[in-house]
Design a protein around this ligand. Structure first.
Ligand SMILES: [Fe+2]
Length: 261
C-alpha cells in the first residue's frame, strides 16, 4: 500500500504476476486493468469501497477480463482505448484527451508498441505525479512488441522519459527481478543498476512488491531508457553483428536480446 497525501494506491495481485491498481479516494475507488473481477470484488468488499470507474490500458485479456462484470455490478464508467474493440468501454480515449474521475485529472498518452491500442494515464498535481503505464514500461524493461514496431515503442517510451523524475510508475506486472537480471547482463558496470538490483532481490526474497518505480530511477537503470549507453550499444552491435546508427535500431536490438534471454 502506498500512502499519498489525499489518495492511496493499492496493488491487487491477480493471476501469477499481474497487479490491478486501485486508487482509493475517500470511500470511492478507481481500478486500472481489472483482468480478473474476483480479487477486485474481494478488495472492494473487505474495504467497504464503492467502485467509481475503471481505466483500461489495452485489449489483452489479463487487463480486461473482469471489466464487464465489475461495470455491471457497480454500474460504473469504463474508460479505455478508442476503436470499439473492447467490450464494455463506455468512454473512448485518444492522445491528449483529459478525463476527470473522482476529482482526479488524468492526461492520456497513446503508447503503441506492446499493442497498437495501448494508452497510459498520467495524473499530476502539486503533490503527486502518477503514471499508470500498463504493459508499456516495466521497471528495468518494457513490454514485448506483439503488435507495434521498435519506432512505436521508442516514441511511447520517450513520452514517459519527459515526465518529471518524481513521477511514480505503476506497472501492470511484477517483472522487475527478471528484467534486472537481463539489464545487468548488458550493462554490468552501471552502479545504480547494481544497487537497485540488490534492493529488488531482497524484496523478492520476501515476496514483496517492487513497485511503484519512478521515472528518475528508470532513466538511470532501464536499458530501454539507456539506448546510447556505450556498454549497451556494444552488446547490441555484437548481437546483431552490425553497426547501430540510431536509437531505434538500438531499441530493436535490445528488445531482441531480451526476447531470447
Ligand atoms: Fe499486455
Amino acid at each position: 500500500m502506498l500512502k499519498l497525501s489525499m489518495l492511496k494506491v493499492h496493488p491487487i495481485p491477480a493471476f501469477t504476476d499481474n497487479y490491478i491498481w486501485a486508487i482509493v479516494y475517500g470511500n470511492s475507488c478507481i481500478v486500472i486493468d481489472p483482468g480478473d473481477s474476483d480479487p477486485v470484488f474481494s478488495f472492494l468488499n473487505n474495504n467497504d469501497l464503492e467502485l467509481d470507474s475503471i481505466l483500461i490500458t489495452h485489449h489483452h485479456f489479463d487487463h480486461t477480463g473482469g471489466l464487464v462484470s465489475l461495470a455491471k455490478y457497480y454500474d460504473c464508467s469504463v474508460y479505455g482505448p478508442k476503436g470499439g474493440h473492447i467490450d464494455g468501454i463506455t468512454h473512448d480515449l485518444a492522445e491528449n484527451d483529459e478525463i476527470n474521475v473522482l476529482d482526479l485529472n488524468f492526461k492520456i498518452f497513446e503508447t503503441p508498441g506492446h499493442t497498437l491500442d495501448h494508452i497510459a494515464y498520467f495524473h499530476s498535481d502539486s503533490e503527486d505525479s502518477l503514471l499508470f503505464c500498463g504493459d508499456t514500461l516495466f521497471s528495468g524493461g518494457c513490454g514485448r512488441l506483439f503488435e507495434g514496431t521498435p519506432d512505436n515503442m521508442y516514441d511511447s517510451l520517450n513520452k514517459f522519459k519527459m515526465l518529471p523524475d518524481e513521477t511514480l510508475v505503476f506497472c501492470a506486472h511484477e517483472y522487475t527481478e527478471s528484467n534486472l537480471k537481463f539489464a545487468l547482463e548488458i550493462n554490468p558496470n552501471n552502479v545504480d543498476l547494481i544497487d537497485y538490483s540488490k534492493k529488488v532481490t531482497k524484496l523478492r526474497s520476501k515476496s514483496e512488491i517492487t513497485l511503484p518505480s519512478n521515472i528518475g530511477l528508470e532513466k538511470k537503470i532501464n536499458p530501454f531508457f539507456l539506448l546510447d549507453n556505450p556498454e549497451i550499444l556494444h552488446k547490441s552491435e555484437k548481437f546483431i553483428n552490425k553497426k547501430i546508427s540510431n536509437p531505434i535500431e538500438s531499441l530493436a536490438a535490445v528488445r531482441s536480446m531480451k526476447d531470447s534471454f
